[in-house]
Design a protein around this ligand. Structure first.
Ligand code: ADP
Ligand code: UDP
Length: 237
């Protein structure tokens, strides 16, 4: 598939058109940002790891019946995906309290929930991705009621799949962010990426953080953490 013009450059990826109007090429960068772009840096090798990890996880999800944008890995950093119109909601699933949840509700990081939770943020950089509830999302027409129901169903199903896969890799899946989009016929599919940029991973034995929190919180060993979670996947049988 021939790469055509760049149509978007985001914080972590570039997006290119292809000769097929229904397909895009995403190219993963080593750039890292946090706190809505206030903190900037690079994580050497991150683009390659996020590309390969996201593709691997999406292939697993597809086998479990969850429709995704993944089509084909083209190179270390580039993947062919189905073009969608992104539903402007960041969908966050949590199994354990951490990050903004802990801060907002005064709950200690590490508090394990009996049931996973879901929340939405309005994907809007100018507004700083504010938390939004379903009624508000419907009111401003970010998605239809039916789309929100589909997204919730997929998001919890993805959590079950990923939680058990990561457990087999010795990694606890604490929380993660998903993005969904609409194909030209309106079908909702999983898009964007699933990686240490968008998930919290804790080593199941030691509790060590193996994700972007090492960058956000200046914990050091950032590259090593990304490499370690990738290694766990590659060693998984
Ligand atoms: P951001 O826009 O938050 O800086 P990225 O650097 O990851 O994020 O840029 C990738 C962009 O591509 C995101 O805005 C994401 O919503 C969008 N995107 C991801 N998958 C698809 C897809 N299959 N079709 C269209 N857009 C997509
Ligand atoms: N997350 C993300 N992109 C965002 C915000 C959050 O990928 O713009 C992920 C984050 O990596 C974590 C989960 O969503 O795995 C929950 O993040 P939280 O709301 O706790 O926010 P944070 O503490 O990252 O500000």
């Amino acid at each position: 598939m021939t790469k055509k013009e760049q149509i978007y450059e985001g914080k972590a990826k570039k997006v290119f058109a292809t000769e097929d109007p229904e397909l895009l090429i995403v190219s993963y960068k080593d750039d890292a940002t946090a706190f809505n772009g206030l903190k900037k840096g690079t994580i050497a090798g991150k683009g390659v790891i996020n590309n390969k990890m996201s593709n691997m996880l999406m292939r697993r999800l597809a086998k479990a019946g969850i429709p995704t944008h993944y089509v084909e890995e083209l190179s270390d950093r580039e993947t062919l995906v189905k073009k969608v119109s992104i539903v402007p909601l960041e969908v966050i699933i949590r199994n354990i309290a951490a990050g903004s949840f802990s801060k907002r509700y005064g709950v200690k990081e590490g508090f394990v929930f009996e049931r996973p939770t879901i929340e939405f943020s309005y994907k809007n950089d100018e507004l700083g991705d504010p938390l939004i509830n379903e009624y508000h999302a419907l009111a401003i027409k970010l998605a239809t009621e039916e789309e929100i129901e589909t997204i919730k169903k997929y998001a919890f199903a993805i959590n079950e799949q990923l939680k058990s896969f990561w457990a087999e890799c010795g990694v606890t899946l604490v929380d993660f962010k998903l993005e969904f989009g609409r194909l030209s016929d309106g079908t909702i599919i999983l898009a964007d990426e699933i990686s240490p940029d968008t998930c919290r991973f804790w080593d199941s034995k030691t509790g060590e953080k193996l994700d972007k929190d090492r960058f956000r919180r200046d914990l050091g060993g950032v590259e090593e953490a990304y490499e370690e979670v990738m290694k766990r996947i590659l060693e998984h049988k």
